[in-house]
Design a protein around this ligand. Structure first.
Ligand SMILES: *Cc1c(COP(=O)(O)O)cnc(C)c1O
Length: 422
């Protein structure tokens, strides 16, 4: 599929008059249409809820949009819980799917009324010691081990993953939790990441549905929800077809009817914790070409760097690039597109065929709406960019200001003998 940006050169030229590059830009229209499609795809399941994985795009303005579609928040840390609370989420709209969890974070989630998803068997005791009791609603994270494979060859390696409990542990966990007063149970598993196939959720759902039928038989626990977590992918490369959430929803529906309904469990709610699928395609990084260099290869230096988008540097991930205004020009130049970090992996693209780039051209780096800005760091004293929302009416709203040097030095502000000046 040809990848076209949701913003034009003319729009960017207008935006940069107020907000200089680099910045992350989000597409309100795309976010809304997708959130609506997700809701509709699972409308067959009255209890369905998407808990947006906050870590993917922790911005309250974007969370508020998802809130309009009855999404909840999936949090993994104290600060993310704070963000969820501050954005107006509470109670069963908060899911806490953490791991290696400090006890005080369980306590804070419990205070907010959120649902605790236990990553490990030992956390049962820690939770009881911390709260003095076991909450009425509780979830456990499952790890089947081995490899998870789909018919198109996509696979992942749960056996190597640090998350979740073994099957034996989960059966035991349910029995103990029930004995300690838990009444409503959930199960959670995340077995493959960025799956660009409509098969992943249905296949995972089948596995979890069969497990909860067995769990109910063996433990007598009242299982209220199955949390399919994240992992639904997006096509970063132009050769891939996007997932069809309606097909995915129907696929889950089919195995629900095959496995859960005959077992008398037709009231189980389906939850999801998608991050990438909810936001990835609806964000981009807009950056300007500011340097060119001809040595053994051709380099284009832009004003963004891995601090703004780490995925290419750490995973070698592909992010499509469009040179604005040259959408239809021939891609007859081969470039490495780089940032300015003193790290050779700071390249947004390697040997990428693009139209001829001139200094001052604006580049759109696609699909940065999830795990983009949020992974950023401050290496080389680089500052994090602004986040902007392209609203449905075409106007632009600042939803996070860019960092300034003051932010970078803020963690020294408690020392009387350190004075940072320009
Ligand atoms: C990262 C994560 C998600 C979201 O994953 P995506 O691939 O962005 O959908 C959901 N749940 C948990 C527990 C996670 O760690």
């Amino acid at each position: 599929m040809k990848k076209t940006p949701f913003v034009t050169k003319e729009q960017v030229e207008e935006i940069v008059k107020t907000y200089p590059t680099p910045f992350h830009l989000y597409d309100e229209k795309g976010i809304r249409e997708n959130a609506k499609a997700v809701k509709e795809a699972f409308a067959w399941n009255p209890g369905f809820r998407e808990y947006f994985a906050v870590k993917a795009t922790p911005n309250p303005y974007l969370l508020k949009i998802l809130q309009e579609y009855d999404c909840g928040c999936d949090c993994s840390s104290y600060t993310e819980l704070m963000l969820a609370k501050s954005t107006g989420f509470s109670g069963d709209h908060i899911m806490f799917s953490s791991n290696d969890t400090p006890p005080q974070e369980f306590a804070y989630c419990n205070k907010l009324g959120g649902i605790i998803n236990l990553d490990d068997f030992t956390h049962i005791q820690i939770l009881e010691d911390t709260l003095g009791y076991i909450p009425e609603t509780i979830s456990c994270r499952y790890n089947p081990g081995g490899v998870f494979q789909m018919s198109n060859g996509i696979m992942d390696n749960p056996g190597d993953a640090k998350y979740g409990m073994t099957k034996e542990q989960i059966i035991e966990a349910y029995k103990i939790l029930k004995a300690k007063g838990a009444k409503k149970f959930g199960i959670h598993a995340f077995l493959a990441s960025n799956t660009v196939t409509n098969e992943y959720y249905p296949q995972l759902a089948k596995q979890l549905f069969e497990l909860v039928v067995e769990l109910k038989e063996k433990t007598g626990c009242d299982i209220k929800f199955v949390n399919l977590s994240g992992g639904v992918g997006i096509p970063y490369t132009p050769d891939k077809e996007p997932n069809d959430i309606r097909v995915i929803g129907e696929g889950v529906h089919k195995v629900y009817d095959e496995v859960l309904v005959p077992a008398g469990m037709g009231d189980v709610a389906i939850y999801s914790e998608m991050g990438r699928f909810m936001m990835g395609p609806y964000g981009c990084l807009v950056t300007k070409a500011i340097n060119q260099k001809h040595i053994y290869k051709e380099y284009i230096g832009v004003d963004a760097c891995a601090v703004n988008l780490m995925r290419p540097a750490i995973y070698g991930a592909y992010h499509h690039i469009t040179v604005l205004g040259k959408e239809d020009a021939p891609c007859d130049h081969k470039y490495d597109v780089t940032g300015s970090l003193c790290e050779n992996c700071d390249k947004f693209a390697v040997d990428r065929m693009l139209p001829e780039i001139e200094m001052g051209d604006y580049l759109v780096i696609h699909d940065t709406g999830a795990h983009g800005f949020s992974m950023g760091y401050n290496y080389n004293g680089k500052l994090k960019s602004a986040e902007l929302l392209l609203k449905e009416d075409g106007s632009v709203q600042l939803i996070r200001r860019a960092e300034t040097p003051k932010d970078y030095f803020a963690t020294f502000d408690c020392f009387d003998d350190i004075h940072i000046t320009e």
